[in-house]
Design a protein around this ligand. Structure first.
Ligand SMILES: *Cc1c(COP(=O)(O)O)cnc(C)c1O
Length: 392
């Protein structure tokens, strides 16, 4: 491998984005956002009872090809509810990636369950089916339709793969393994709205999936999230649990369990609805940007992370590999000093104090990647904004 050509990298970034300071990922507004938001304010419906919430749920569910969408205040809340309605309870084990954003494991911990960290693959940066098979064959036994750990005796109550930066994990293999071991599959699709495996969208393989619409994601509602599922009963429970578990009635307040105030407000849904109208154009522009970075990588001494054949990432955040941790730190130092934003991947969860005592399978690939992955600027370039103006 060539050594990284950092000056050329900065020059190319300036050429693509045409700006002095180049952020990693910023949202684009300027479509129907203002109109829809004003409509909410004028109608007095700003909280979760408004009509935009249902419309946004329908827009996202239709786009991904799921039967139901339940909008939440953020992606972490969507994951929390997803885990609860999948039946995860205190003391359970939940199979997770260590190479993920903290939200995945926080949601598991809210329930009093413990994450178990399984290694990732080098090609997808996500949950490895090979590592999962090895773990389950060594540790799991199936009894009465559930999986239990032979090591701890705890129930293995869910498996939560994450589509890192929008790169689809090997989800078909994971899904087959989870079915074999009777483990509910929940997709953390927070980063992968619009990513596909063949013709099928990520977020439709698990029993339940969670999306995020935080400010840095491919589309944003300011803060927001959504659960998707094809299962009527799961959808009903998720909606109930995230709406303070209030029983429907014209005027009485009766709740049948401890619920959560997790529903997305109308204002946020209005923003999301306007953003959804432009998602297809957004995906096109981001695919072009990814192709441009990819073509430049060899001359820059960087290794592009190639999505597996047959998968179509949403290119939310572009990522490259460098030689080693020292090269990574040199790149981060130089590019950020030049105003070209780059970022390392998250500190793996098992290296954080509060998850340090969780079980792991060794995590060699996780640690190898954590030393070498760098995210590079992935926003829509300003000279492409005109393609995001809606036609209605
Ligand atoms: C963004 C994100 C979430 C959800 O985050 P919120 O900020 O709560 O919307 C969950 N998992 C991953 C992997 C994420 O990147």
């Amino acid at each position: 491998m060539l050594s990284e050509r950092l000056d050329d990298f900065v020059t190319l970034a300036r050429e693509i984005f045409g700006e002095e300071f180049i952020p990693l990922h910023r949202p684009v507004f300027g479509g129907n956002e203002t109109r829809y938001l004003t409509g909410c304010i004028e109608s007095n419906f700003v909280s979760s009872a408004g009509a935009k919430v249902g419309a946004f749920e329908q827009a996202v569910a239709e786009f991904v090809g799921a039967k139901h969408g339940i909008a939440t205040v953020n992606g972490t809340a969507a994951l929390h509810v997803a885990l609860m309605v999948a039946g995860v309870t205190r003391g359970d084990e939940v199979l997770s990636q260590s190479l993920t954003f903290a939200a995945t494991c926080n949601a598991i911990s809210y329930i009093g369950a413990r994450p178990v960290f399984i290694d990732v693959d080098r090609d997808t940066l996500g949950f490895s089916p090979t590592a999962l098979r090895r773990w389950l064959e060594t540790h799991a036994r199936v009894e009465n339709g559930h999986s239990y750990s032979r090591t701890t005796g705890a129930r293995i109550a869910a498996c939560v793969p994450m589509h890192t930066f929008g790169l689809p994990v090997h989800i078909a293999e994971l899904s087959a393994l989870c079915a074999e071991f009777h483990i509910p599959l929940i997709e953390d699709a927070a980063e992968s709205l619009g990513s596909r495996v063949g013709d099928r969208q990520t977020g439709t393989f698990g029993a339940i999936s969670a999306f995020s619409f935080n400010g840095n994601k491919i589309i944003t509602t300011g803060g927001g999230g959504m659960l998707t599922t094809d299962d009527d009963e799961i959808a009903r429970k998720a909606r109930h649990l995230s709406t303070t578990a209030k029983l429907p009635h014209d005027y009485n307040f009766v709740h049948d369990m401890v619920g959560y105030n997790y529903r997305m407000p109308n204002l946020n849904a209005a923003l999301g609805l306007a953003q959804m109208e432009r998602l297809p154009a957004m995906l096109e522009i981001k695919a072009e940007l990814a192709r441009r970075w990819r073509a430049a990588c060899p001359a820059l001494g960087l290794t592009w992370i190639e999505a597996p054949t047959g998968t179509h990432p949403n290119n939310w955040l572009n990522a490259v590999l460098v030689r080693d941790r020292a090269a990574r730190d040199a790149m981060l130092e130089y590019t950020n000093a030049q105003g070209v934003m780059t970022r390392p991947v998250w500190t793996p969860m098992h290296q954080l104090a509060h998850f340090a005592d969780c079980q792991t399978d060794g995590l060699e690939v996780t640690e190898w990647l954590a030393d070498r992955v760098v995210n590079i600027p992935s926003s829509v370039p300003e000279n492409q904004f005109h393609r995001l103006i809606p036609t209605i």
